[in-house]
Design a protein around this ligand. Structure first.
Ligand code: NAP
Ligand code: G4F
Length: 338
């Protein structure tokens, strides 16, 4: 019997890492996650998908070259998915150097580890639609030039080109997925979709009164993370490495997102709950993103299954269930204490 394929995943504790781990395990892979040292690593997302005990964790940090080489040397994976990054755009203005270090240079460290240990290992880089920034074309495809608008976007452009460069310089099977925004019930609470859906759930349950937001007119192409991890895997199954846009080909404003989320809980006068707060405006905004994923559809056979409304409703429903469970636990422990 042949051994299962092994994949090394950086960023396994994040949203995409959890969905990718679940996806690869279902395909029969051995999954190894690279996690940075912490006094209490957060395995909450892996636990919510029920795969916490099915992945092996090894210590490593995108800031440390030797730790990545050691992980690759010890594990000898067939595939390497680099999902780790400082991924929150506003944070990148506060920590531009650290963002460049992890989100940008970290990619070179992964590629160097592969080049030194085993150039046959296939590599996926988590590139981003933030690279299009002040968009030079609508919709954005693999041919659209980049114009990043944040230190995060600039770091991702570096990561994109170093992935192309190692492919061209050393013949590595290294591919970029240019992923547009993708969300899920596991999304971090600081990102707009989860911030909105968790606040809507709390407002519906009487736990919160207001929701403070920034720019309601920004447009994004929002898909479901569970759909997008399949595209990552498909890219590494191709004979030749390449770069692919992954998107839904639809765009919606933040305002629409807010409306759909409140409507799900029966609130139509949502303006009563929303306060515009200048703290959430950005020094430079990405006004409009909409992807053209024709190449992924025709060459990878990939297409998204969950649409915008389905995504927002799924997230609101899970946040209602989550908050209800937390309330019941609090009541239960109050009773025990009484
Ligand atoms: P996320 O939830 O923020 O997860 C980021 C992951 O990176 C976490 O596991 C984090 O670990 C890890 N990490 C950060 N710095 C690290 C370091 N120095 N060494 C090792 N690990 C480190 O992000 P996501 O939404 O899953 O996104 C995954 C990747 O796709 C990121 O590269 C992101 O930039 C990119 N991307 C995301 C989207 C999107 O819409 N979600 C779109 C395009 C591209 P800790 O748990 O230790 O913090
Ligand atoms: O949810 P966001 O913070 O995501 P953003 O900046 O588009 O970045 C995400 O998607 C990228 C792909 O394009 C990834 F590469 C990146 O790692 C990350 O996952 O903000 C979306 C939009 C912005 O235009 C922002 O100005 O929502 C607007 N917004 C309005 N009020 C807000 C808020 N964003 C946040 N986070 N919080 C607000 O209160």
């Amino acid at each position: 019997m042949s051994r299962p394929k092994k994949a090394l995943v950086t960023g396994i504790t994040g949203q995409d890492g959890a969905y990718l781990a679940q996806f690869l395990l279902r395909k029969g892979y051995e999954v190894v996650g690279l996690v940075r040292r912490s006094s209490s690593p957060s395995l909450e997302r892996l636990a919510r998908l029920g795969v916490q005990n099915d992945v092996k964790l090894v210590e490593g940090d995108l800031g440390d070259q030797y730790s990545i080489i050691n992980a690759v040397q010890a594990e000898q994976p067939a595939e390497f998915y680099n999902l780790a990054a400082q991924s929150f755009v506003p944070e990148s203005w506060k920590t531009p150097v650290q963002t460049g270090e992890f989100t940008g240079l970290g990619v070179t460290r992964c590629l160097e580890a592969i080049r030194c240990v085993n150039p046959e290992i296939r590599f996926y880089q988590a590139s981003s639609s933030e690279m299009y920034g002040k968009v030079l074309e609508v919709p954005q495809s693999e041919e659209t030039p980049f114009y990043p608008r944040s230190p995060y976007g600039v770091a991702k452009v570096y990561g994109y080109w170093i992935t192309v460069n190692y492919r061209e310089s050393y013949g590595l099977h290294s591919s970029n997925g240019i992923l547009f925004n993708h969300e899920s019930p596991l999304r971090g609470h600081e990102f707009i979709t989860r911030k909105v859906t968790s606040a809507v759930a709390r407002i519906a349950l009487g736990l919160q009164q207001e929701l403070r937001l920034g720019n309601l007119e920004a447009r994004r192409d929002w898909g479901f993370a569970g759909d997008y991890v399949e595209a990552m895997w498909l890219m590494l199954q191709q004979d030749e490495p390449d770069d692919f846009v992954i998107s839904t080909n639809e765009t919606h404003t933040v305002r629409e997102l807010v409306e759909v989320a409140f409507r799900r809980v029966g609130i139509t006068d949502w303006e009563q709950h929303v306060v515009i707060d200048p703290r959430f405006y950005r020094p430079a905004e990405v006004d409009l993103l909409i992807g053209d994923a024709t190449k992924a559809r025709t060459r990878l056979g990939w297409s998204p299954k969950v649409d915008f409304h389905g995504l927002v409703e799924m997230m609101v429903d899970e946040d209602i269930a989550w908050e209800t469970e937390r309330m019941q636990l609090a009541i239960h422990s109050d009773r025990l204490a009484a």
